[in-house]
Design a binder for this molecule. Structure first.
Ligand code: GDP
Ligand code: MG
Ligand code: K
Length: 300
């Protein structure tokens, strides 16, 4: 435990909301650095990510939960489980919704799940930059019926609008408590995991519908060489030979581009030159095999 001043507050905050409402974007804005990957495809986030925001008066630990949605396969069930489990452990839950859309079945499903939980829930109307100012209040009224919300906060995670106010409001709900983590720490996830997430993000960005979420990335080796270059070797797992072919691309072009973009970002993360080696392997039907799910590191 680090020395904690009198009156210090600390606690845990979970982000929930249907896929693509901007949970990862908000999380990154809150802690001011890229820790969760973002993409315009749903279900980019499979893991619980802890990231930490430290101020002089408080420390918040954020969990980016996988989207809560009606499960369609075992991995789906598992993700929902992780998300719901996280909600019971936290001091505040941020329920993100889309300002540009009226409440849908996905939001209703999440609201149902949240009803049984004692944690105070904030309604976070995100992406307010996409709608007229005058439309904000009307939209809030549509969502307010879903649950008894402790607070209602319109934000733009992308633009950082109202994020300071959100932080101040969260702190009011935190109990007095110690500073759990050092002030300069933003995530307790090992770099290996973040690297794998960066590579997976590039795959999802560069391939369109052909490569669904049946892709997993495992970073197998990280070695620092004498010249300071960090050699990273990673495997991208797909479910089918046809997907493997798409991922490799004509003359290996797709894989090269995934590698180039990933390498640049990993270099930023590590602050050193990186030599990145990528492999593509087929592992059939992995989504429905729990043992494989564990092997890929989806631990609770
Ligand atoms: P998640 O699935 O809930 O984690 O959503 P992401 O954070 O991955 O965001 C999904 C998409 O919405 C990305 O393309 C983001 O850039 C976009 N997005 C997130 N927040 C905002 C926002 O405040 N305004 C706008 N215009 N787009 C946003
Ligand atoms: Mg996400
Ligand atoms: K997403």
């Amino acid at each position: 435990m680090l020395n904690t001043p009198e009156g210090y507050r600390s606690g845990f905050v979970a982000l929930v909301g249907r896929p693509n409402v901007g949970k990862s974007t908000l999380l990154n804005k809150l802690v001011g650095q890229k820790v969760a990957i973002m993409s315009d495809k749903p279900q980019t986030t499979r893991h619980k990510i802890h990231s930490v925001l430290t101020r002089n008066d408080a420390q918040m630990v954020f969990l980016d939960t996988p989207g809560i949605h009606k499960p369609r396969h075992k991995l789906g069930e598992y993700m929902v489980d992780v998300a719901l489990g996280a909600l019971k452990e936290v001091d505040v839950a941020l329920f993100l919704v889309e300002a540009s859309e009226a409440p849908g079945p996905g939001d209703q499903y999440i609201a149902e799940q949240l009803k049984g939980i004692k944690t105070p829930v904030f309604l976070m109307l995100n992406k307010v930059d996409l709608i007229q100012r005058e439309a904000v209040l009307e939209r809030i009224l549509q969502y307010k019926d879903l649950l008894p919300f402790a607070e209602v906060i319109p934000v733009s995670a992308l633009a950082g609008e109202n994020v300071e106010r959100l932080i101040d409001t969260i702190i009011k709900y935190l109990p007095e408590g110690p500073q759990y983590y050092p002030a300069d720490m933003v995530t307790d996830r090992p770099e290996r995991f973040i690297m794998a997430e960066i590579i997976r993000e590039k795959v999802l960005h560069l391939t369109s519908e052909e490569i669904p979420h049946s892709v997993a990335v495992v970073v197998e080796q990280i070695k620092e060489r004498n010249n300071g270059v960090v050699a990273v070797s990673a495997v991208i797992y797909t479910e089918r030979d046809s997907q493997k072919a798409i991922l490799i691309g004509k003359g290996g072009n797709m894989l090269k581009e995934v590698g180039r973009r990933s390498r640049e970002e990993i270099e930023n993360l590590l602050g050193s030159k990186v030599f990145l080696e990528l492999w593509v392997k087929v592992k059939k039907d992995w989504r429905n095999k729990m043992t494989d799910i564990r092997n890929f590191g989806f631990t609770k």
